[in-house]
Design a protein around this ligand. Structure first.
Ligand SMILES: [Zn+2]
Length: 306
């Protein structure tokens, strides 16, 4: 009741948008983390590839120099007179060996150059991905902040909330005074007061569209309340406080169930517990439809929270 009096459709829509944006932001933050990891890994790979490329280039330069030197030696040896065949053979063997080394080093240098190109490509791509992920996160974050400011502007003051709470108390008293069973109607098999039927139906429809199918027990007669007081072992039917019963049960004449303004919610045939998906959904959204939870009973939702 409080929120249905204070929350404008714009406020409610904005709250929903914010919830969606918060979820998006969480996903996008995870995306940034993943992209940063990939980026860091690629940078490490790039550094390693640059080093490997430099090392293999240096090695190739050295082996080319060694080949030149071996060739020079061979020229000198070939020009010696008298010609020393053993020395010529040695010099030729040195040239062949040096040429082989150059061929091998050149292959390694080509390979490390190719690896460097790949590492560079990966580094560029992951930098791009990180930029994209960061921009997406930043955009949502900015939108979220703007919407949060809008929400604060739309939010009603504590004073209005207090007034609304007082009004819902008055409404309960007025409804109770002239209450008749004909004031109730049925929403998906749950009997509720006609004044809340529309909001209640909308709440169940919206929960369902979010994947949470809710049901429950609403209206009960005073006679049934008396029976429940007995069943739940209240020390005295009419005076013992609800907390003194095995299961908290309101004094007959005081339960909002007796005027169709409270519902004990179930989901999948089970009474809602504080860890259930149904409870979580209602905790996030029920106030948009004028419902509040009685904190000691996760299943009990009413227009005043009592
Ligand atoms: Zn209840």
């Amino acid at each position: 009741m409080r929120q249905s009096l204070t929350g404008s459709p714009e406020y409610i829509a904005l709250r929903r948008t914010l919830a969606t944006q918060r979820a998006t932001l969480v996903n996008q933050a995870a995306g940034v983390t993943t992209a940063r990891l990939a980026h860091d890994t690629a940078q490490t790979g790039l550094t390693a590839a640059v080093t490997a490329d430099g090392t293999s280039r240096t090695r190739l330069a050295i082996s080319i120099e060694a080949l030149t030197s071996a060739k020079n030696t061979r020229t000198v040896v070939l020009q010696q007179r008298p010609r020393k065949e053993a020395a010529v053979t040695r010099a030729q063997a040195a040239v062949t060996a040096a040429a082989k080394t150059v061929t091998a080093d050149r292959a390694v240098a080509r390979q490390s150059a190719a690896l460097l190109r790949t590492a560079l490509g990966t580094a560029l791509a992951t930098t791009g991905d990180l930029d994209t992920a960061t921009t997406a996160w930043q955009t949502t974050s900015d939108r979220l902040r703007v919407n949060q400011q809008k929400l604060v502007a739309l939010d009603t003051s504590a004073e209005t909330r207090a007034q609304a709470a007082a009004i819902s108390g008055t409404v309960v008293n007025e409804i109770r005074t002239g209450f008749a069973t004909t004031d109730t109607t049925t929403v998906y098999g749950i009997t509720v007061h006609k004044s809340v039927a529309f909001a209640f139906k909308r709440m169940l429809d919206d929960a369902k569209s979010d994947g949470v199918v809710l049901s429950g027990g609403g209206f009960r007669t005073r006679q049934r309340q008396i029976e429940l007081r007995k069943i739940n072992g209240c020390p005295d039917i009419y005076t013992a406080p609800p907390s003194s019963c095995r299961v908290p049960t309101a004094i007959p004449g005081r339960s909002l169930h007796e005027i169709g303004l409270a519902v004990d919610m179930t989901s999948g045939g089970s009474t809602l517990t504080s860890g259930s998906a149904g409870f979580k959904w209602l905790s996030a959204h029920a106030d948009e439809y004028g419902y509040e939870n009685l904190p000691s009973e996760p299943w009990h939702w009413s227009i005043t929270g009592s």
